[in-house]
Write a protein that binds this ligand. Structure first.
Ligand code: PMV
Length: 348
């Protein structure tokens, strides 16, 4: 029995990869496994209003509001998402949907909203599925939510749960698979339990390369095969590091992954440099600060110029002093966002 009408509201966060996903094959399957911290503050809130249609046509029926205003440019993305997931959610055409969404982080800040946005929508849709199919178990619900989120945007599948998730088959991580992300299945050393991520907004300009184009550039890339193996090796290292608490090895793997991601873009055809001069200045400052103080502060990057600064909560005061005195000068309009590890999507 399909419910007649109602509304589901949820929030879902962004995530930051420690081992990067870069390269995919159809349909949104990763060429290598990846692992990420789920964030807490950078998130999307989505409300899904559903109403049963009197006449069902062959088209989906939905309306989209972003921060209260109609958003026609997002429609094709949602349309193709619905087409992709319809075989798993056969009720989609039975409803008229209104999808209202907003982000906690500034619009066009260079922070990708696809992970939080797609995971939030997948989460709402699966809550509706649960109202229809009462038998679905919690575990299956989470897996299917991550699975649908993946079909919206690959890395979105890592945002459903927290604090650390793994996506992609890896021989040393039990139950890992390409179809959906799972929670990192080991006890995390207390050194990594409370981690902060301060995101320095270096350049808020439009992305030069969409991630779809970026992933595609790994096909026929001269270093692709070795890169995919290296990602798996780095995940093995990181697994042991997260269990043992070895913070120096953590820094080594995480920074190397960030630079490798950019190295892949610099060595593809066409080639891109997504870092800005200020990105490099910040990286050098971080290295100098670490050398001087013995801090465990490190950086990582997404497919853009912004810098994510990762550090243990115990260093918060000193690192924030360092950021305000030395790094804010490199941020566009002095903007940065303080975030930390979080627990994933939730219903409101
Ligand atoms: O989910 P996509 O297709 O936008 O890919 C994101 C890829 C990176 O953010 C660069 C790395 C990652 O693993 O999140």
């Amino acid at each position: 029995e399909l419910p007649n009408e109602g509304k589901i509201i949820c929030t879902s966060p962004s995530n930051i990869a420690l081992v990067k996903y870069w390269g995919k094959r159809p349909v949104q399957l990763p060429e290598n496994p990846s692992i990420s911290f789920t964030l807490n503050t950078c998130k999307t809130s989505t409300s899904l209003t559903y109403k049963k249609r009197d006449v069902v046509s062959k088209d989906f029926d939905f309306e989209l509001l972003f921060e209260g205003k109609p958003k026609p440019d997002f429609k094709p993305k949602i349309q193709s998402f619905f087409e992709r997931i319809e075989e798993y959610l056969p009720f989609l055409k039975q409803y008229t949907f209104t999808i209202e969404t907003s982000n906690t982080f500034p619009h066009s800040s260079g922070i990708a909203s696809s992970a939080s946005g797609m995971s939030a929508l997948a989460f709402c849709l699966m809550q509706l599925e649960k109202k229809i199919n009462h038998d679905i178990e919690d575990e299956e619900l989470l897996q299917k939510t991550s699975f649908l989120a993946r079909l919206g945007s690959g890395s979105a599948c890592r945002s459903i749960e927290g604090p650390i998730t793994v996506w992609g088959k890896h021989h040393e991580i039990e139950n890992s698979n390409d179809a959906f992300a799972i929670k990192f299945p080991h006890k995390i050393h207390q050194n990594f339990e409370k981690y902060c991520d301060t995101i320095l907004l270096i350049d808020k300009g439009e992305k030069q390369v969409s991630s779809t184009v970026g992933h595609d550039l790994m096909h026929g890339h001269p270093f692709a095969e070795r890169r995919f193996e290296q990602a798996a090796e780095n995940l093995t290292k990181l697994k042991h590091v997260l269990i043992s608490g070895d913070m120096d090895s953590f820094i080594e793997v995480v920074e190397s992954e960030a630079l490798t991601l950019h190295a892949m873009m610099m060595t593809s055809l066409p080639y891109f440099i997504l870092m800005k001069p200020n990105t490099l200045s910040v990286i050098n400052k971080v290295w100098g600060y670490r050398k001087k103080t013995g801090s465990k502060l490190c950086f990582t990057l997404d497919a853009g110029a912004n810098v994510h600064l990762l550090y243990p909560d115990s260093e918060k005061e000193e690192v924030l002093d360092f950021i305000t005195s030395e790094l804010v000068a490199y941020c566009q309009n002095g903007q940065y966002i303080c975030d930390k590890i979080g627990l994933g999507a939730k219903i409101l």
